[in-house]
Design a protein around this ligand. Structure first.
Ligand code: CP3
Length: 341
């Protein structure tokens, strides 16, 4: 049985006539209409918690481009913010959080999170009401390890050393933190799906820099528990997992987590898909800077990607988020190229 939604069908393992495409961070600063609305909204988090404006931003890219999905406009850091560890976004510098101490972990408030995230669930409802029936609505959250790296470090970092050190020196407190994040994520994703999300994506943006033991305990196991817990609430919930930088740990992640479809970053060689379970779908994986640069090299690589994944369910996407300097015409040309293949 197929739905009316090519992207949802692909997540569920069915290859149809249309190769679905969406773009990570498709609502954002490369769009003038986003910058205009963002200037009116106040802070970035104010925008995330404003259902009317967040729904409008979510739908902006679909008005302009022939895309198969809308992704909820929000951020992975609304979970710590709603749990009580307040988040600020410094212009040009990224997120800032008051670093988490062992003592504060016990004060993180799951009930408060449910309430704090309610405006985002309202955004999902509004987007669903405005979305054409052939478009898939993607909900998401950050995976526990990735969210924990920001909570412990207080900001982004290139090696996640603060979180890795914390996890190794305070294992009991770290396990408690992962438990809270798993629980909050299950409830948040289930609420998104009840409000109309068709598919959810787990963003594990910092899956690199981990040995295989840490990867199993901090990445695979929490993601597996989220998928299992979500499916207790929403049977057969369709899930895309995106463990960015997982490299040689990808097959273990694909086998153990239960995700329906695997997001590949652009560093993953196309032939690596042969090491994944047969029939498992993939998403990706054009380098966002190839889109920024545009032209023949972009089109040639897009064609290589489509050809390499022609024998399994495939969602075309970038291998990470679109960058703000990307010319809009390049994205138009990329979509036209993918549609022509
Ligand atoms: O994809 C989409 O269009 C949906 C919205 C979305 C945003 N962030 C909006 C956003 C999604 C899915 C995210 C996920 C997210 N947020 C991740 C995982 C994906 C990834 O890129 O690895 C991470 C690590 C974050 C945390 C985060 N949010 C950072 C590090 C930053 C600052 C860096 C930057 O690009 O400025 C943000 C801010 C952010 N999230 C913006 C947007 C549109 C820019 C904020 C602004 O408009 O000023």
């Amino acid at each position: 049985m197929t739905s009316t939604k090519p992207l949802l069908d692909t997540v569920l393992g069915r290859r149809g006539d249309r190769l679905p495409i969406w773009i990570m961070r498709q609502a954002g600063r490369y769009l003038p209409e986003y910058r205009e609305l963002r200037a009116r909204a106040g802070s970035f988090l104010d925008l995330c918690y404003n259902p009317e404006l967040a729904a409008e931003v979510t739908l902006q890219p679909l008005k302009r481009f022939d895309l198969d999905a809308a992704i909820l406009f929000s951020d992975i850091l609304v979970i710590p913010d709603a749990l009580g560890q307040k988040v600020r976004f410094e212009t040009g510098e990224g997120p800032r959080l008051e670093p988490l101490t062992v003592g504060r972990i016990g004060t993180l408030d799951l009930e408060g999170a449910h309430e704090g995230l309610a405006p985002i669930i309202e955004t999902v409802r509004r987007v669903k009401a405005g979305l054409a029936p052939d478009k898939t609505l993607i909900g998401f959250c950050g995976s526990p390890w990735t969210v924990a790296t920001y909570m412990i470090g207080g900001q982004g970092s290139s090696d996640q050393a603060a979180a890795r050190t914390f996890a190794l020196t305070q294992p009991a407190a770290f396990a408690r933190l992962l438990d809270v994040l798993v629980q909050a994520s299950i409830e948040y994703l289930a609420a998104q799906m009840r409000a109309g999300a068709d598919v959810v994506q787990l963003f594990e943006s910092w899956a690199m820099n981990l040995d295989e033991v840490a990867f199993r305990d901090w990445v695979i196991e929490p993601n597996r528990r989220i998928v299992e817990g979500l499916r207790r609430e929403i049977p057969d919930a369709p899930v895309i997992g995106f463990p960015r930088g997982a490299a040689g740990n990808l097959p273990a992640y694909a086998k153990a987590t239960g995700v329906n479809l695997l997001g590949l970053d652009y560093g993953t060689p196309l032939s690596f898909a042969e090491q994944l379970p047969a029939g498992l779908g993939v998403q990706g994986n054009l380098d966002p800077l190839r889109l920024l640069a545009g032209g023949a090299q972009m089109e040639a690589r897009a064609e290589q990607i489509v050809t390499a994944f022609r024998n399994r369910p495939h969602i075309f996407n970038l291998g990470h988020g679109i960058v703000p300097e990307t010319p809009i015409g390049n994205l138009e040309r990329l979509i036209a190229k993918v549609r022509s293949l």
